[in-house]
Design a binder for this molecule. Structure first.
Ligand code: ZN
Length: 639
């Protein structure tokens, strides 16, 4: 996941006009005046006023349903309250459509040419979820424009002009890719923009705010706009900051061009908002823990977030699967190519650019990758649900809980997609004696002229054609086997083809330990086959594994292990001792209000995954993780 334009809106519209003559005949709508009053955001409520030019007769207004980058119909319509319409001094009634429930029907009286709408948006969402999750605290607010507007039916979102204004709590500063912001007191008036640009350009505002220029004196400019719940959280060491400068330089080297006028990392540091990232063409909405920039462990835990969302400007926004290019926010999106949209972004962002920018060391990246391969080697859901279906079913798999995730599978097109693209990279290198790689793919597929945002849709065949242009091969067969097959060898082959092997030992995996510490849980997938929180709650049980065979399921609570009160340390001791013990590990488990004894027949001791070099094959992985640009300093060399 992770999203600007006014001139850009026109530029994209021009591309669409050329591509589709039908659009040419389409009328334009607006300008629609939109005033969002966020001065009560700390109180968890936004006030919205709209003035919509109308003609008399039947009118249908939409509330955005399918949110770009979220790949599902999760527009937070439930948080709309106090909705009232008026025109010519009179109230105008409305009624919801009984089938298309994000549609409101009105009958505009004959003398009315301007419809006034007003409503509140309730920021009462729980902390979880994506942009519909918690977005405001006492000290900051992330405004997603799709949540605070209605738009008329019958127009392409490129053809509806909005004139947005935003009122902030007194003294707050803000960052956004939305162009032309003029601040007058606490009110900001932005330039008129097309609806798609508006929705693609969230605003981050807060009391504690810092702007860092990542490419000072260069064009295009890059900003880190940071809002935090405390002044102290805005600090970072020069070394940490250098990695973000390096990220911009490495992305330029990888893609060869930039399809934006400026770029804003909108970074929210708070423990009281939903944690996720949402991509935009000229910015990203990145939300993480308050101490992420100043606490070493937190910094490592969020290392891959900004690189992932940044890659989406090329892979997801500029190049977008055809099925995700829809005329408005009501037409369902088709998620079948998310293994490219998200899988390739996970590979290029969370793995490749995170390592190349130094946000993780090469060793940490290897540890993380080893953990990922091991996890997918122990994912029985791969026996029945093909990787392709995890993408096809994404609109509901995004909402799946962690329990049984190994058997149900979740949005695995991210992580298994990452491994699939590592295998593509290694295979490209193998076929061409290391003369061609995914670096070349990115130049061809994501390159082209730099400048204002443009949209170039693609199909499966376009991906295959690009690969064939680099190294002729049965790429259709290669990809389809890994996408449509079950129990595929993708995880292990990706590692082996890049010159490494997966081994298990008692020695802990550093990144796995870090993830356990951050998540306050023990991931024992590789041993007893369970994930257990530090207070004993069973979060997941591997289908067919030792804990599963002992009758343990998610939602149960482990009270005691080997006769002692449950703690992660006692559990670890019991697993360590299992190697020399002939008796099962005895657990007392609460299933609701009832207690039971469970015997887990496991004797393998502690096991952690590690990658070791396979000297019989070329080491592509180390090369993939190496920076393309000089590391020293904050300047860039590419372009
Ligand atoms: Zn993403």
């Amino acid at each position: 996941m992770r999203r600007t334009m006014s001139m850009a809106g026109i530029a994209v519209a021009a591309v669409m006009l050329l591509a589709s003559p039908r659009v040419q005949a389409q009328a334009k709508a607006g300008p629609i005046r939109l005033i969002v009053d966020a001065s009560d955001a700390p109180q968890k409520i936004l006030h919205v006023k709209m003035a919509i030019p109308v003609t008399p007769g039947a009118l249908t207004l939409y509330y955005p349903e399918w949110i770009p980058g979220e790949h599902m119909p999760d527009g937070p319509i439930i948080e709309v309250a106090g909705m009232k319409f008026s025109g010519g001094g009179k109230t105008i009634p409305w009624r919801r459509d009984l089938v298309e429930m994000f549609s409101l029907h009105l009958d505009i009286p004959s003398e009315v040419t301007m419809l006034n709408a007003e409503f509140d948006f309730l920021l009462s969402a729980p902390a979880g979820g994506f942009s519909a999750g918690a977005s405001a605290t006492n000290s900051l607010d992330v405004l997603s424009w799709n949540q605070v507007l209605l738009y008329p039916k019958g127009f392409n979102i490129h053809d509806i002009l909005f004139e947005p204004s935003l009122k902030l709590p007194s003294g707050w500063k803000y960052g956004t890719a939305l162009p032309g912001g003029k601040q007058n007191g606490d009110m900001i008036d932005f330039s008129p923009v097309a609806l798609n640009t508006l929705v693609d350009s969230p605003v981050l505002a807060g009391r504690y705010f810092r702007e860092i220029q990542l490419t000072p004196g260069q064009n295009p400019p890059h900003f880190m706009d940071i809002a935090a719940d405390s002044e102290a959280a805005l600090a970072m060491t020069p070394e940490t900051e250098m990695h973000f400068h390096q990220l911009v330089a490495e992305a330029a080297a990888l893609f060869g061009s930039r399809h934006y006028r400026d770029y804003h990392f909108l970074l929210t540091l708070s423990d009281d908002v939903a944690h996720f990232g949402l991509e935009h063409h000229e910015s990203s909405d990145d939300r993480t823990a308050e101490r992420s920039l100043i606490d070493e462990t937190e910094l490592l835990a969020f290392a891959g977030l900004l690189p992932h969302e940044y890659v989406h400007s090329w892979n997801g926004k500029y190049r977008r699967p055809e099925g995700l290019v829809t005329p408005d926010y009501q037409v369902p999106m088709k998620d079948d190519l998310l293994w490219v949209y998200e899988g390739l972004t996970e590979y290029l962002g969370s793995l490749v650019l995170t390592a190349r920018s130094g946000l993780l060391t090469q060793e940490q990246s290897m540890d993380e990758l080893g953990g990922l391969v091991a996890l997918y080697q122990h994912r029985p859901g791969r026996d029945w649900r093909p990787l392709q279906d995890t993408a096809d079913a994404a609109p509901f798999l995004y909402n799946a809980t962690e329990d049984w995730s190994n058997w149900r599978r979740g949005t695995d097109f991210y992580e298994e997609g990452e491994l699939l693209w590592l295998d593509v990279d290694a295979t490209l290198r193998g076929l061409t004696k290391n003369k061609k790689s995914m670096n070349d793919f990115c130049l061809v597929f994501h390159g082209g002229p730099s400048g204002t945002p443009a949209l170039k849709p693609y199909t499966f065949d376009d991906v295959v054609a690009t690969l064939n242009g680099l190294a002729p091969y049965d790429w259709t067969g290669f990809l389809r086997a890994r996408l449509d097959g079950t129990s595929t060898k993708t995880p292990i082959e990706a590692i082996e083809n890049s010159g490494w092997k997966l081994v298990y030992s008692e020695e802990p995996n550093g990144m796995e330990e870090l993830e356990n510490a951050i998540g306050k849980r023990s991931n024992m997938t590789l041993t007893i086959g369970a994930v257990v929180s530090d207070d004993g709650m069973v979060e997941d049980v591997i289908h067919g594994g030792p804990a599963y065979n002992a009758g343990i399921g998610p939602g149960m609570k482990i009270i005691a292990v080997a006769g002692k009160q449950y703690s992660p340390e006692e559990m670890k001791r019991a697993i360590e001792g299992s190697k020399s013990s002939t008796t099962p590990i005895q657990l007392i488990v609460a299933n609701g209000a009832q207690f039971q004894t469970r015997s887990v027949d496991y004797h393998g001791g502690l096991r952690s995954p590690h990658l070791v070099r396979d000297s019989s094959r070329p080491d592509y992985l180390s090369e993939i993780l190496k920076p393309m640009t000089p590391v020293a300093g904050a300047t860039q060399s590419a372009q």
